[in-house]
Design a protein around this ligand. Structure first.
Ligand SMILES: C[C@@](CO)(OP(=O)(O)O)[C@H](O)COP(=O)(O)OP(=O)(O)OC[C@H]1O[C@@H](n2ccc(N)nc2=O)[C@H](O)[C@@H]1O
Ligand SMILES: Nc1ncnc2c1ncn2[C@@H]1O[C@H](COP(=O)(O)OP(=O)(O)O)[C@@H](O)[C@H]1O
Length: 309
């Protein structure tokens, strides 16, 4: 490894929404295999790392005071994993500026892990290949490899096996955030409970969704949004159903729960509809916060001009 530079490194990393999430049966290891279409949106966290005498992680913004500030923090785990791989005793201080909701089904923790990998890799000039970084990402969690890649991609197995999807154009999204999070294991367990006794097909991507993305056809995309965890998330938090209805009544052309929820994602026909929807949702007070974002965007990358934060 080259001697590390002392200048801090900042990485910008996007949230994800699952345009499609199809869940297979519960397997012996306690997990479900899945087929998903990840889509990265420009609702972002910034992760800065700098050389330090001891490991630390601080979070400001979303989740300030609630996100772990020890080894349970996924950004810290990522930084320590890369240190082990390099075989160095060097340590870093990590600062996370969070806009991605915590426990919101938008993979914010996974995003911070991906960002920390990229940031520490750049700080220490390790020379790891993209493939090696992807392997470390998969070790940290199933959603972490996509946060490195960004764009739009099919994820299979548990989501860590990625194939990019051809997608045309930029899509306008509005997200309804709820400050009360939903636990991912609880939502999977509720999904199993609701599907008990049913025969569950092997999960596979829907070709109509792929065609919509290839054509950049926003109406066809809206028609093909799908989330197998949605009923479970709504069962655990019934107001999500009202949130979806309110968004559709205010001009959204598509709505779905993002991943394991409770964030609700609304697809809009254009920027003006997105602005109208933000006003309508905010006025309804059905959710705690409303943000807009576009996708697809790039995965975790170093930001050279920190003013863009
Ligand atoms: C649902 C998704 C969709 O992208 O993300 P979020 O929306 O939460 O961000 C993912 O599948 C989140 O996967 P991952 O990040 O690996 O979940 P973890 O928190 O590690 O898993 C917590 C628990 O959820 C259940 N779990 C998780 C993933 C999976 N494929 N099958 C499962 O049954 C297991 O009980 C597991 O112990
Ligand atoms: N850097 C981090 N950012 C957010 N949450 C984190 C982080 N590190 C660990 N966590 C923990 O992971 C849990 C899930 O967080 P998150 O990734 O935001 O949600 P989701 O799995 O719904 O996408 C949180 O409840 C939190 O305790």
């Amino acid at each position: 490894m080259e001697a590390s530079s002392s200048a801090p490194v900042t990485v910008r990393v996007p949230a994800k929404v699952n345009l499609e999430l199809r869940i297979g049966p519960l397997e012996d290891d306690g997990y479900h295999s899945l087929s998903t279409v990840f889509h990265a949106v420009d609702l972002v966290d910034h992760v800065t790392v700098r050389p330090a005498d001891s490991w630390s992680v601080t979070t400001t913004g979303m989740g300030e005071g609630t996100v772990p500030d020890d080894d349970d923090n996924l950004a810290m785990r990522a930084a320590r994993l890369i240190a082990r791989r390099v075989g160095t005793d060097e340590q870093v201080a990590i600062e996370v500026v969070k806009n991605i909701p915590v426990a919101g089904g938008m993979a914010g923790g996974s995003a911070d892990a991906a960002a920390a990998l990229v940031a520490v890799d750049a700080l220490w000039e390790t020379g790891f290949s993209p493939r090696e970084l992807q392997e470390m990402a998969a070790e940290l969690g199933s959603d972490v490899p996509f946060a490195l890649e960004g764009g739009t991609a099919i994820g299979s197995r548990r989501g860590e096996h990625l194939v990019p999807v051809l997608s045309r154009g930029v899509f306008e999204w509005v997200f309804a955030l709820h400050h009360e999070g939903l636990s991912t294991p609880a939502v999977y367990a509720e999904c199993d409970r609701l599907r008990a006794g049913q025969s569950i097909p092997e999960p596979a991507p829907n070709s109509a969704l792929m065609a919509a993305l290839r054509a950049g056809d926003v109406d066809a995309l809206a028609d093909n949004l799908h989330n197998d965890l949605q009923d479970a998330a709504c069962s655990l938090m019934p107001r999500l159903t009202d949130t979806m209805t309110t968004g559709l009544d205010n001009g959204a052309i598509g709505a779905l729960v993002s991943g394991s929820g409770p964030t609700v994602a609304f697809l809009c026909a254009d920027r003006n509809s997105a602005l109208d929807l933000m006003v309508g949702l905010t006025a309804s007070t059905i959710c705690d916060e409303v943000v807009s974002a576009t996708g697809p965007v790039h995965g975790a990358h170093v930001v050279h001009d920190v003013r863009s934060r």
